[in-house]
Design a protein. Structure first.
Length: 492
């Protein structure tokens, strides 16, 4: 049984299959009966809940409040912002009827008499419905800023799907804020970008590059799109969160104005920002190995699992009594712990299962350990074990969890550093992009050059970095002036 649990396709053989195997065998998610949609299983949802809880607290610390807006959007709303509708038109699911009727031949059919006067779009994102609502909320500068977030599901019709990374329906949060000035809105967009950066670093243990998207890659309807870009273990980039400065585009589309302090009628300035269950894919691909998940302790559903080794009820009772003390001590330190004393699985099976599921620390305690006053401690990140004094186990585990969190981050950062290179010629670029990783190179700022690079190499501009080398140069393709190096990669 233990061997069966660990049968994952090695990353070096087929990275895509390894990912699929891991999502399924670690009980994170599975495909549903609805094509392109997924079922997030309890263990996977527990990780997402931890992400949600942390992010929600971070949003509220920055002054945001939660609200909820309709799932359905009138079709005419999407038509009001030209770039927005063009960006999402091909991904929209459309509701045309509101009733079914019994089919004389069996089952049900759509009632042709129940056609909607105006079709409804199942939300691909909520800017339009929210800005139509904000029109009723905003009259004066005193009503600003509005700092709203919603936790919701969205639908973007996808033909080629992959669990967590790209599904027709996914879960996310989307912030939508309204401001009196351009400066406030731009500050908000950048502030939320750095909230995402901090969450990725401090909780996901995932280093990211922050930057602004090129015009070709920005969100439909945005003036500027800011992004956090992460590098996965196969050398591909994953856009992991975005924050958009929307200017006055949606305010103008929905005629949302306010009376300024000077008494003038002005259009409102806007932002939107979001992360989704795609973060689950990022978490898996940033850290996991051929043995299964590797989870940063801050996001693990349980940070410690304790497995007893015993013969007979008497030994189990003695071990369990000591374990109760350990569990109480760990919980008092805010550490989540599971004691697995189930008698229908052998210890070896349990070891394999919790290794597969990425539990950061495993404690093993048996009758002999009780006699000797020791306990075995196993680390998931390094797959190492040590025997320590039983009396100091709570302090040791608390310290160890911090070390594991730091080690996982450092390993991912070292990987990114090793796989980030600088090139000056297009020939070298075409050679190096085949090896994967991030490439920093000069670009002349034109969409034509960007499209050519994408067509010839399948690499895209992930972002124009906000930090790092700002030295000007010449475009590797055209030789025209370049303000700074930009970040290229092949991406998911």
């Amino acid at each position: 049984m233990a061997k069966e649990l660990k049968e994952l396709t090695p990353r070096s053989v087929d990275y895509s299959q390894w990912y699929q195997d891991l999502v399924l065998k670690a009980d994170l998610a599975e495909s549903s009966a609805v094509r392109g949609c997924m079922v997030i299983k309890p263990y996977g949802y527990a990780i997402w809940e931890k992400m949600q809880r942390v992010l929600d607290d971070m949003f509220k610390e920055t002054g945001h409040v939660n609200a909820y807006f309709p799932l359905f959007i009138p079709k005419s709303f999407l038509s009001r912002e030209a770039d927005h509708v063009e960006g999402f038109a091909k991904e929209c699911a459309v509701v045309t009827h509101y009733r079914l009727k019994t089919n004389p031949e069996g089952g049900v059919v759509v009632d042709p008499e129940a056609r909607l006067e105006e079709e409804l779009i199942v939300r691909p994102t909520s800017e339009t419905i929210i800005w139509n609502t904000y029109k009723n909320w905003i009259q004066s500068y005193r009503d600003l800023p509005i700092l709203c977030n919603q936790w919701a599901n969205v639908v973007r019709w996808e033909m080629r799907t992959r669990l967590f990374l790209r599904t027709a329906e996914f879960l996310w949060q989307e912030g939508h804020t309204a401001h009196a000035t351009r400066e406030e809105a731009e500050e908000e967009a950048v502030r939320m970008l750095h909230v995402y950066e901090r969450f990725a670093r401090d909780y996901m243990a995932m280093p990211v590059v922050t930057g602004v998207k090129s015009a070709n890659e920005r969100f439909a309807g945005a003036v500027d799109t800011y992004t956090i870009e992460a590098l996965m273990q196969d050398g591909k980039a994953l856009q992991s969160g975005t924050s958009h400065f929307l200017g006055q585009n949606f305010a103008k589309a929905f005629d949302v104005t306010f009376a300024s302090k000077e008494g003038n009628q002005e259009y409102v300035w806007a932002t939107s920002w979001g992360v989704s269950t795609r973060l689950m894919g990022a978490l898996i691909m940033s850290h996991s190995d051929d043995n299964g998940l590797v989870l940063p302790p801050k996001l693990a559903p349980y940070q410690v699992v304790i497995v007893p080794i015993y013969k007979g009820e008497e030994q189990l009772a003695a071990v369990s009594a000591r374990v109760e003390e350990i569990v109480a001590g760990l919980k008092a330190r805010g550490i989540s712990v599971k004691y697995d004393d189930s008698d229908n699985k052998k210890p070896g099976w349990k070891f394999a299962e919790y290794e597969l599921k990425g539990v950061p620390v495993r404690l093993t305690l048996g009758a002999r350990d009780l006699e000797q006053g020791t306990i075995e401690v196993a680390r998931r990140d390094t797959l190492t074990k040590e025997t320590i004094a039983l009396d100091g186990v709570v302090d040791h585990v608390a310290d160890l969890l911090d070390k594991i969190q730091s080690n996982i981050y450092q390993k991912a950062l070292d990987y990114r550093t090793t796989h980030t290179i600088t090139v000056d010629s297009y020939e070298e670029f075409k050679e190096k992009i085949e090896l994967g990783g991030f490439i920093l190179a000069h670009w002349d700022g034109t969409p034509e050059t960007e499209e050519r690079i994408k067509a010839e190499t399948k690499a895209t501009i992930r972002c124009i970095p906000l930090e790092g080398d700002k030295t000007s140069g010449v475009c590797m393709v055209t030789g025209k002036p370049s303000a700074q190096r930009v970040l290229f990669a092949r991406a998911y």
